[in-house]
Write a new protein. Structure first.
Lengths: 473, 475
């Protein structure tokens, strides 16, 4: 099956990734841990752009950028350079942004996503390093605000901007690309994606080979999917009415789910890029081999390995590797018990329960899940009870044995079940006759009765087998 | 007290009296000054001197007063680049050179007047008004470090710091009859120097003798991790204070004696070169064919960088702020009202030179010329130890003479800008006079070869009397 892309949708994404788990900012020694701090407390002459202050490149930021490039299958440039992008804005303390222009650190890569018609390649044009501006805070609403406050804590934070080719053909593919990117970045441990503003998206959208509109500053993956969906609809409607899509920058109103023109025509800005004289060109080709060696196993490789090493299903492997913490969790469990059984319990049961509660895997311990799976394996609790134990621990805490004891979930012995079977047969003659008359459904009723008598501690399969056996005679 | 003390004179005086007394006498002189060399004096100067007397501060410059150009950041002391746009700005940090000076025990007397944002050759574009040339109060002191040169020439400070983007240390040194060094690009950290044109400028010392230049360089020179263009190369400047030029090979570039060079200046410089020959050096003409393009390339690059460097002065974080209905109007008005005419001219020209469609023609072309100019120097230094030329093509001109004609003022930089394009070190030393006004001999060295430069300058000083000439008593 080949995806037809009937509307000729082309989406390219520019993703700004804030390297917020570096210790210091891009060009100065200020701490990056400003997220809960008072405004303008994580600043110095450099990130405040005070006269005379000079930038110094954060080596670890460059290493992170190279790492990201490698993970996106990019080529690493021989020598990289910073440029100044000149424009006036109050959040920009120097009146220019230090960024990269014609010598981005990495380029020419690709990411494979699950597309509309199976595996789909999104080409990566380039990824470059730059600094984050400060943050404007409008007093009251933006229309009625009497003044604007500026917090420069964010100013100078290291950003990596990842630019893709317009290879995505639907909002869903854009979402998948963003999820995959996040997944890879998590594996690289270069940022904390849970912090506000750690991943910001600009989406370039066009339909039917027309002009593109750029939707700026979308703060979530879901927001990106919605913004693109709206933008495709808007452009299609415009064309249907005989209108023309103009090249422009648009703003996504998250609350209303619409994009709004910012009335700034592309090409109006002349950023007067020129090489940053305060930073000399940096030869990075020599760094690459060492960084490549340190590169962790990435999602696709891990998925393939989990399948071959533990003999688990493709579906389980995908579910486990979509979050590196879950994958690591799984491997600890798989070392202690049958990896295939572990796969089912971690990928299907535990992950499902976590997602339902919007919790991360850190909310559960490997010891607990191992103990629970062992209880099932040793025939001490039923599968159903095991799920109950997991839920109870997630909701109320406690250890598996505490929950099992408290709830009386230890599986009852066979003779008790046999007794319950005999009683059930004796008490439900009509159902027994129906079953013997060929009504298979009646057996389910009888199994239910046995379970009821044993308060759920019987194994349903065993109860069924005993019933069938007893009724044969 | 005796004016015009060298560092060793100051130290002797401190030993005989006290650091406090020495500093106080300088502050008294400054208070009575009529040349407008300082933009402010430091309240902390006497305190530092007292600490020296108590032995709480030691170091090679303990108790030695120094004047600092107003574009070098001094913690707690106003730093305005002689511009209204930085009125009231007091840096919360010290420039690297200031930290070094303080560690060495130096006493910062105050800040010195300059062309606004170091853009000029006369100190006339300062918001504080022009500094007068101590030799002739009707004349400019040169620029842009006019205050730093004038206060040393007037005996209002034994030593000072200037900055040199296209001749801004050497020009006023020549006009005021003092010694001024522009170090190799990367030899002195620019951290805390308010940028005019980052790829060209260096902080440099000014003094009455070469020995003091070397002493200051040994304090302020060297690697600083906060300036990425700073280079880790150790130079022992004072060890180069040797009176010996035997075998020194001097190149004399034809192009630096071109049309428009004042005859008195030319004579003084040739006399100096002949003196070197007498002292055992040899000289030969050398051609530096790309010199004629240097001035245009210099101004294009300097203005382009300046247009970006000065973008931060928008009234948002420091300095005065004009009203406006929104931020952009406020910032525009603030800039229009508080930048002087020359600064606005250079910002506009630089913005133009970097604009899309023009960048290839101007900025990128200028970078190519810069490479050619560098190659001129590489070729010359393959055959010569140093080059010699007039620092300025003419002596100090009259106040107001070139104000209405910026181009004619730009042209006076013709002999000083090529070294900034190439990044090579150069020094201006007094070598006589023309019409009663001091003339500077410019000695140019190879990258990081300050030692040869200082040896050549020191030997000349030891074997002539030119640097003993003082205002009112020209030799």
């Amino acid at each position: 099956m080949v995806y037809e892309n009937p509307d000729g949708v082309m989406v390219g994404l520019e993703v700004h990734v804030q390297l917020n788990n570096l210790n210091t900012k891009m060009f100065c020694g200020c701490s990056t841990q400003y997220h809960d701090a008072e405004p303008n407390t994580h600043v110095c002459p450099v990130c405040m752009g005070l006269p005379g202050a000079l930038p110094v490149i954060n080596k670890r930021a460059v290493e992170s950028a190279i790492k990201i490039g490698m993970a996106l299958n990019c080529e690493v440039v021989e020598q990289t350079q910073f440029h100044r992008k000149n424009y006036y804005y109050p959040d920009l303390p120097k009146g220019f942004q230090t960024t990269q222009y014609d010598f981005p650190i990495v380029g020419n890569g690709k990411v494979v996503i699950e597309g509309e018609d199976g595996e789909h390649v999104v080409r990566i044009t380039r990824a470059h390093m730059e600094e984050d501006p400060g943050k404007l805070i409008h007093m009251g609403s933006i229309e009625k605000s009497k003044g604007t406050l500026i917090d420069y804590n964010r100013s100078g934070m290291a950003l990596i901007e990842i630019v893709s080719e317009p290879d995505m053909r639907s909002p869903k593919e854009a979402r998948r690309y963003l999820d995959k990117l996040r997944n890879i970045l998590d594996y690289l441990d270069v940022f904390n994606g849970d912090l506000e503003g750690s991943m910001r998206v600009d989406a370039n959208v066009s339909v039917m080979g027309g002009q593109r509109a750029e939707v700026k500053n979308i703060s979530s993956h879901k927001g990106a999917e919605r913004a693109i969906l709206y933008e495709i609809m808007r452009q299609k409607n415009l064309l249907r009415r005989g209108g023309e899509v103009v090249m422009e920058t648009r703003h996504f109103d998250e609350a209303r789910g619409v994009t709004i023109s910012m009335r700034t025509k592309e090409g109006e800005h002349d950023y007067r890029y020129f090489p940053e004289p305060d930073l000399v060109p940096m030869r990075v080709s020599d760094w690459a081999p060492a960084i490549r060696e340190e590169l962790p196993e990435l999602p696709d490789a891990k998925r393939a390995r989990l399948i071959s090493e533990y003999d688990i299903t493709e579906m389980h492997a995908k579910a486990l590797t979509s979050d590196i913490r879950v994958a690591d969790f799984y491997e600890v469990v798989a070392a202690a018990i049958d990896p295939r059984v572990a796969g089912t319990w971690v990928a299907d049961v535990l992950k499902g329960e976590l997602n339902y509660r919007d919790l991360s895997v850190d909310s559960f311990t490997t010891d607990d899940i191992i103990e629970i799976i062992k209880l099932v394996g040793e025939d001490k609790v039923t599968e159903q009870s095991a799920v109950d134990v997991i839920r109870t621990i997630l909701d109320n805490g406690g250890t598996p044995m505490e929950v099992v004891t408290e709830k009386g979930l230890l599986k009852v012995k066979g003779d008790v079940v046999t007794e319950a079977v005999s009683e059930t047969i004796a008490e439900n003659e009509a159902a027994v006759q129906d079953y013997l008359g060929g009504a298979e459904k009646s057996l389910n009723f009888l199994v239910g009765q046995v379970m009821k008598k044993t308060k759920g501690r019987a194994d349903a399969r065993q109860a069924r087998e005993l019933l069938v056996e007893a009724l044969k005679d | 007290m005796t004016k015009w003390l060298s560092i060793s004179d100051v130290k002797e005086k401190i030993a005989a009296t006290s650091a406090e007394e020495v500093t106080a006498s300088y502050l008294e002189l400054i208070g009575k000054s009529s040349i407008n060399g300082y933009t402010c004096t430091s309240d902390g100067a006497l305190d530092t001197a007292k600490m020296v007397d108590k032995g709480e501060v030691a170091g090679p410059l303990a108790g030695v007063p120094i004047a600092i150009k107003d574009n070098i950041s001094t913690k707690g002391l106003a730093t305005t680049c002689s511009s209204k746009i930085l009125e009231g700005y007091v840096p919360p940090y010290d420039a690297h050179v200031i930290e070094r000076l303080k560690e060495a025990g130096a006493v910062i007397l105050g800040k010195t007047n300059m062309d606004e944002f170091a853009m000029g050759t006369s100190t006339e574009s300062s918001c504080y008004g022009v500094t007068l040339n101590p030799w002739d109060h009707e004349r400019v002191p040169g620029g842009s470090s006019g205050g730093s040169a004038a206060v040393v020439a007037a005996g209002e400070a034994p030593i000072s710091l200037g900055s040199d983007t296209g001749g801004s240390v050497r020009c006023p040194a020549a006009f005021c009859g003092v010694v001024g060094l522009k170090p190799t690009y990367g030899a002195v950290s620019r951290y805390g120097l308010i940028s005019y044109a980052n790829s060209l400028e260096q902080i440099g010392p000014m003094a009455t003798c070469v020995g003091d230049i070397a002493a200051v360089m040994d304090v302020i020179g060297g690697y600083d991790a906060r300036d990425s263009t700073s280079i880790d190369k150790k130079i022992d400047h004072q060890a180069a204070l040797v009176d010996d030029v035997k075998g020194l090979k001097i190149g004399v570039p034809d192009e630096y004696f071109g049309e428009g060079v004042d005859s008195g200046t030319e004579k003084a410089v040739w006399d100096a070169i002949n003196k070197y020959e007498e002292m055992g050096a040899s000289w030969e003409n050398v051609s530096m064919p790309n010199t004629k393009y240097a001035l245009a390339a210099y101004y294009t690059i300097a203005m382009s960088e300046a247009s970006s460097n000065l973008a931060r002065f928008d009234g948002t974080r420091y300095g005065p702020r004009n009203d406006g209905e929104n931020w952009h109007v406020m910032a525009s008005r603030t800039r229009a009202e508080n930048f002087g005419k020359e600064v606005q001219r250079r910002i506009l020209l630089g913005t133009y030179a970097l604009s899309a469609g023009y960048q290839d023609k101007y900025y990128l072309k200028a970078l190519q010329v810069r490479t050619l100019v560098k190659q001129d120097f590489e070729r010359a230094f393959a055959n010569f130890d140093v080059l010699m030329a007039p620092t300025m093509p003419l002596p100090a001109f009259k106040i107001g003479e070139k104000v209405e004609d910026p181009l004619s003022q730009y042209l006076t930089d013709v002999n000083t800008v090529p070294m900034n394009l190439a990044g090579v070190p150069c020094i201006s030393v007094p070598c006589g006079s023309s019409d009663g006004l001091p003339v500077g001999l410019q000695i140019i060295g190879n990258h990081f070869d300050e030692a040869t430069l200082i040896r050549a300058a020191y030997s000349f000083e030891k074997n002539t009397d030119h640097n003993k000439a003082r205002p009112g008593e020209v030799a």
